[in-house]
Design a protein around this ligand. Structure first.
Ligand code: PMP
Length: 398
């Protein structure tokens, strides 16, 4: 066969595929993979938190005790003991979550895709925070929605901004109340109650994406939207930040009426999340391991967060501001309005330091003078060095 005939550029692609653009984050991550770059760009959990030995032992036990079931096809909804574990973990006081509300997904990213598939038509109105998680925009965009940004302030989404006109005819509202990616903001209780009240009206699902809720550095958790409106919220969780992202294990908790369609969509996508990883994860967590493991992650990340806040305070010039996250992995920086963080990134990469510019996190009308810093992957000594380099570049542009 003639190799030259294999150029796929010539194959007709779907309209949808032609509209796809690569994630700015992925492109940046390629550059920052070089070992000498101090990267605050990636949202990668610290590998120091991966319970490698426990996962190895659990994998061995699963293969010894249940070789057939763990290597065989299994139910689309997920491994029942794991679904029961999720349901128990989210059942508190008056709130009972049923295992039938839980769908195991291949990372919570898959839940975003399945929600896009089942809820969005071309032109559907989708409400998102300003800014919001770039990966959610990527997932939903495949289904060609019309994004409407909900106003936010330093505390996150402003419920008063959800006017009847704004929410009219919406297909979904996507929100991250805990330590939002990219801003690190946490939504106050009164605003959570307002969102839960909106969800109870039932006109469209309110999606609560919560990968960072467990990473609470103050030890003062606020109620999830799910706990405030358990029959009306679609809650997304993940094992990526508390066990290991490579397991690709997440879950969706939502009304059974929606599950029916999500399960059909998931069947078409991957039949089910791997039987093996579900069983391994369950084996690791079934006896309460996360209750000892999560506090260790919190301690590590809290120190890292403090190191970054200290470095910012020491090095950043007047006119630059940032928030003080109470959890999660990220903080959000506002630069003087004349600085474009995309241009700054080019200069930063030349100085071997990286971050993610704020623009890709906006569904519409990006603010160019913003950027996201992750404090979890770089050790404290390097954090100071990296922030000092970044501050020098910013100072040169003021
Ligand atoms: N939602 C948010 C807000 C995230 O930050 C991430 C990961 N960066 C995800 C979903 C996807 O996580 P995963 O698929 O690993 O569960």
């Amino acid at each position: 066969m003639n190799q030259r005939d294999l150029s796929i550029a010539e194959w007709p692609l779907s309209e949808r595929a032609r509209k796809l653009t690569s994630s700015a984050i992925r492109e940046i991550l390629k550059v920052t993979e070089q070992p000498d770059v101090i990267s605050f760009a990636g949202g990668l959990p610290s590998p120091a938190t991966f319970p490698t030995q426990r996962i190895a032992e659990a994998a061995q036990r699963v293969l010894t005790d249940n070789p057939t079931a763990s290597l065989q096809y299994s139910a689309t909804e997920g491994y029942l003991p794991l679904r029961e574990w999720v349901a128990r973990r989210y059942s508190t006081g008056d709130v009972t979550i049923r295992p039938s509300q839980v769908l195991i997904t291949t990372g919570s990213q898959q839940a975003l895709d399945l929600l896009g598939k089942t809820l969005i038509d071309p032109g559907s109105k989708v409400l998102v925070e300003t800014p919001t998680y770039l990966g959610a925009l990527q997932s939903f965009s495949l289904y060609e929605p019309k994004y409407v940004q909900v106003p936010t302030d330093e505390a996150g989404l402003v419920p008063e901004g959800l006017t009847p006109e704004l929410v009219d005819d919406a297909r979904l509202l996507y929100a991250q109340p805990n330590f939002q990616n990219p801003t690190g903001r946490r939504l106050p209780l009164a605003r959570r109650e307002a969102l839960a009240a909106l969800a109870r009206e039932g006109a469209f699902p309110v999606i609560e994406d919560d990968p960072y809720g467990a990473l609470d550095y103050r030890g003062t958790p606020l109620p999830t939207l799910l706990s405030l409106a358990p029959e009306h919220i679609v809650h997304l969780g993940t094992f990526s930040k508390v066990l290991a992202p490579g397991l690709r294990l997440g879950y969706l908790i939502g009304p059974e009426t929606l599950h029916f369609k999500l399960v059909q969509a998931k069947q078409a996508t991957d039949l089910h999340t791997p039987s093996f990883t579900q069983r391994v994860a369950y084996e690791v967590i079934k006896d309460g391991f996360l209750d000892e493991h999560i506090p260790e992650i919190r301690t590590l990340y809290r120190e890292q967060c403090e190191a970054m806040l200290a470095a910012l305070g020491t090095h950043m010039p007047e006119g630059v501001s940032w928030n003080r996250p109470e959890g999660g992995m990220f903080l959000w920086v506002d630069l003087p309005s004349q600085i474009d963080s995309m241009e700054l990134l080019q200069a930063a990469i030349a100085e071997h330091v990286a971050f993610v510019p704020g623009a890709p996190f906006y569904a519409n009308e990006p603010r160019m003078n913003t950027l996201r810093l992750s404090f979890v992957t770089v050790p404290p000594a390097k954090i100071d060095e990296g922030i000092a380099r970044l501050a020098a570049l910013i100072r040169a542009r003021i």
